[in-house]
Design a protein around this ligand. Structure first.
Ligand code: SF4
Length: 408
């Protein structure tokens, strides 16, 4: 049975493409009208962003969460966001095959399952081969190695942006030079000319989206608005790889309207740090469109609300990447989270330690201590948001339910 599944896995690309396209069609024409219209729109855009690169790999690039995708938008290329593809393979219950493929080709069992799912999926042909791969080393320096490995295996160019760990003006200049080079390489690879004014338009839309994201945040501090674990993960495509696109901005406009019109906050509000294992039954039962426990959001979806100056767009992008709150010492992230907690006022926080993710496990105790000094209870939860075999259901249920019940 496993052997048969494994040989079928190589054909999964067709099913993944069809799955994403059908879901997009469904949310476009037959949305679930029992949820607010902004969440219907969010579902539609998430599947649009997922389906586009799968349907048009020759106009796409593999990217990670912190790649400067604004450059791709300026070239009208689609980002193929690999963490979301790993999540999508999980949705098809075949992530284990991708992980096993990676481990059987010599990768360590302790490497993050997002990387292993991406590598295994690409190597087995379950993911399409795009024009090139582009990644930055912010937060996760394993990314550059993973992207280089996959690019070599598939014979595509790898555009890797090395981001110094310590933010400084020199670091911004160093990254800005790399971005100039990336632009030249994308011109060569795609055969399209770079237009700086087009990039300015993308950044202007990004600024507008960030303004709306900040309004969402302020409204969420007061209102009871439903959320869904899968949607919160999917939102990463709007707040990161798809930022600067009009659909992202329109979606946040609808969210601001719906959240402002929602009733006052009731029940307990939970904030989530790090990625979400959206498939876990206890978490789904507790948080998906729930009113007694409202999932306020995930930190990565609020990580950058700063507008970008438009005079020198590549320099602005370099500054954004280098000064990102996830770059540098973990204390930067703690200070930022504490400020965010002052604005959102959650009743509790769940800090998720992703299997194989050194930065999430390394900072867990520091973050939990900092939140406790502010009087915010924090549950540190171990598991795996990509490979369900590392997500112990019984233990998660016991720990999450005990935590929610003890909230004041
Ligand atoms: S979960 Fe951690 S190790 Fe995995 S891709 Fe994200 S930052 Fe990297």
């Amino acid at each position: 049975m496993t052997k048969a599944r494994f040989s079928e896995f190589g054909k999964a690309q067709k099913w993944i493409r069809r799955g994403a396209s059908l879901q997009h069609f469904r949310w476009k024409y037959f949305p679930d009208r029992s949820i607010p219209s902004s969440l219907q729109a969010l579902n539609r855009v998430v599947f649009q962003y997922l389906a586009e690169p799968l349907c048009h790999p020759a106009r796409s690039a593999y990217v990670n969460l912190f790649a400067p995708c604004e450059i791709l938008h300026a070239f009208d290329l689609y980002p193929m966001f690999v963490e979301s593809l790993a999540t999508f393979l999980n949705g098809f219950s075949c992530e284990d095959l991708a992980v096993d493929q990676s481990e059987s080709s010599g990768l360590s069992e302790t490497l993050c399952s997002f990387h292993k799912t991406f590598i295994g999926g690409a190597e087995r042909g379950a993911l399409p081969k795009p024009l090139f791969a582009m990644a930055s080393s912010v937060l996760c320096d394993a990314n550059t190695k993973t992207f280089l490995h996959v690019a070599k295996r598939l014979g595509i160019p790898a555009l890797l942006i090395d981001v110094p760990y310590t933010p400084s003006p020199e670091a911004v200049r160093y990254v800005s030079d790399q971005l100039q080079d990336v632009v030249k390489q994308v011109e060569d690879i795609s055969g399209k000319p770079f237009r700086i004014d087009r990039l300015r338009e993308v950044l202007a839309l990004e600024n507008e989206t960030k303004r709306l994201m900040a309004e969402c945040l302020e409204a969420l501090a007061l209102k009871a608005f439903p959320n869904h674990l899968t949607l919160e993960m999917g939102r990463l495509m709007l707040t990161h790889t798809g930022i600067g696109r009009p659909e992202s901005s329109q979606c946040f406009q609808a969210l601001v309207r719906d959240i402002r019109n929602a009733p006052p906050r009731s029940g307990k509000a939970i904030f989530w740090i790090q990625v979400i294992p959206f498939f876990d039954p206890t978490l789904r039962a507790r948080f998906n469109y729930a009113s007694d426990y409202q999932l306020l959001g995930m930190d990565i979806n609020f990580d950058d609300l700063e507008p970008l100056p438009l005079d020198d767009p590549l320099f602005s992008l370099a500054k954004k990447i280098v000064n990102h709150v996830f770059n540098g010492p973990f204390n930067r992230r703690i200070d930022w989270i504490l400020g965010l907690m002052d604005r959102l006022k959650p009743d509790g926080v769940v800090y998720f330690c992703q299997w194989g993710c050194k930065q999430s496990s390394g900072g867990a105790a520091m973050m939990a201590d900092a939140l406790k000094t502010k009087g915010i209870p924090c549950l540190v939860l171990d598991g795996d948001a990509a490979d369900r075999r590392n997500m112990p259901q019984g233990q998660t249920k016991t720990r999450v339910e005990a935590f929610l019940e003890m909230l004041p």
